[in-house]
Design a protein around this ligand. Structure first.
Ligand SMILES: [Zn+2]
Length: 424
């Protein structure tokens, strides 16, 4: 039996305890907002990683630094938050120490939301699927990263290069996350990174950026029986929406040359401009003084986010509001990124995934956005990402789940990628 076979067999042997570990993580709610139980989940991860002989450190992103970096960001100002943010860093020294490979997972989840038929914090298993908030995005993948290194240790594999694992918080809300802090504070150093976010259907080498626009039309509140004396902010929003929908058609006619999974319904990464929230009024018999519109813009890697901001600014400058005025606030939540699909980490990852799934797993871009962009753009570390989730795994939806078979594949893949890149 080859060493590679011994490692994948070891993951198979560890199946039950891997499942239990995912359930343990799912049973600790880490919803953001508010950003709860980070210290608790970090101590569970830290304990497991210490057991694998790793040097483990709990690193706290200080509230003061985060407050400064997040000031004025719409996603952080819209929902209250406070306190430091806890993260785990685990290091394993290699025999030759010439290369360092990083792995990252985020420990936070979106809130539970409505429509669940299963307990979101139980980790119930039905027909080979483990249910729970965060099971697919991405506690399953966090556990798979840990179990990849458990299998390597149990199979007696000594890696030549170094490994750094990071488990970080606040990815879901975006903006300046704990991973951004770890990059800036010098904790993230290495040659390449593999992220566990995303799904098992491709190896992701590119991702869109995300910008949020908050447009507010301002009017004057009066009794609705004498509405003609006031200025209706909803009416002011009508020409804004008309211009934005014209711009949407222009933006969405563009296309990048980065392939996406055809199951997404498009062929290439595509920029989007999507109004997502609208809010006005207090009671039915009062003319509203303010109307607020949130717009989500996805930026492909070939677009400059600053130009995308200017584009919306000049679009709104054209708007003629009959009465009242209009203001715009903007936050770049995540920058887009693209890594060369011929870089060693992309080539090794697609090869390993094709081998394990016995299908042609290809590299692709993803319409979503992630803080891995900070590692690539600011940290200058080429990164790819893929995880145990699937498109149909209901990430961010009701009855989120992960397939047990995909957890096993992800754990095997992370282990083999570490072996192939670092040597053993
Ligand atoms: Zn995620």
């Amino acid at each position: 039996m080859s060493v590679r076979e011994a490692v994948t067999k070891q993951v198979d042997k560890d199946k039950d305890s891997l499942i239990e570990f995912v359930r343990k993580l799912v049973r600790i709610p880490t919803q953001d907002p508010p950003g709860e139980n980070y210290p608790k989940i970090c101590s569970v991860l830290a304990e497991e990683l210490k057991g694998l002989g790793m040097d483990v450190e709990i690193v706290v992103a200080p509230e003061k630094v985060l407050k400064e970096k997040r000031a004025g960001n719409i996603v952080w100002e819209a929902m209250p938050w406070s306190g430091e943010r806890t993260n785990v860093i685990a290091k394993l020294r290699g025999m030759e120490r010439r290369k360092t490979l990083l792995f990252n997972g985020h420990i936070d989840t979106v809130p539970v939301g409505a429509g669940w038929t299963k307990d979101p914090f139980k980790g119930e298993i039905i027909h080979g699927k483990l249910y729970g908030r965060g099971s697919s995005d991405m506690k399953g993948s966090c556990a798979a990263i840990v179990y990849a290194f458990r299998a390597l240790r149990e199979a007696g594999v000594k890696l030549k290069g170094d490994v750094t694992l990071t488990f970080t918080s606040d990815e879901e809300r975006g903006g300046y996350t704990s991973l951004c802090y770890l990059v800036d504070a010098g904790y993230i150093k290495g040659d390449f990174m593999v992220g566990g976010d995303g799904n098992i259907e491709n190896v992701y080498t590119a991702s869109n950026g995300r910008i949020i626009f908050k447009v507010t039309t301002h009017g004057k509140a009066v009794h609705s029986s004498v509405a003609f004396r006031g200025i209706n902010a909803i009416e002011g929003m009508v020409p804004v929406l008309e211009e934005l929908f014209k711009l949407k058609r222009v933006i969405e006619a563009r296309e990048s040359d980065i392939p996406v999974n055809p199951r997404q319904g498009i062929k290439h990464l595509t920029p989007l401009l999507t109004p997502t929230m609208i809010d006005a009024g207090v009671v039915p018999n009062m003319v509203p003084s303010d109307c607020t519109l949130m717009v989500d813009r996805r930026v492909v890697p070939s677009e400059d986010p600053r130009k995308a901001v200017k584009e919306v600014e000049s679009c709104l400058a054209k708007v003629k509001i009959p009465k009242g005025k209009c203001t715009l606030e903007t936050s770049v939540v995540y920058d887009p990124f693209e890594v060369d699909s011929k870089s060693p980490i992309a080539v090794i990852s697609t090869k390993v995934m094709s081998e394990l799934t016995k299908s042609g797993v290809t590299y692709a871009g993803i319409q979503g956005s992630t803080d891995i962009g900070w590692v690539v753009n600011k940290g200058k570390i080429p990164s790819v990402f893929f995880g145990a989730g699937r498109i149909e795994g209901m990430a961010h939806g009701a009855d989120e789940h992960v397939k047990i078979a995909d957890l096993m594949t992800a754990a095997k893949a992370y282990a083999l990628i570490a072996m192939d890149y670092l040597g053993h």
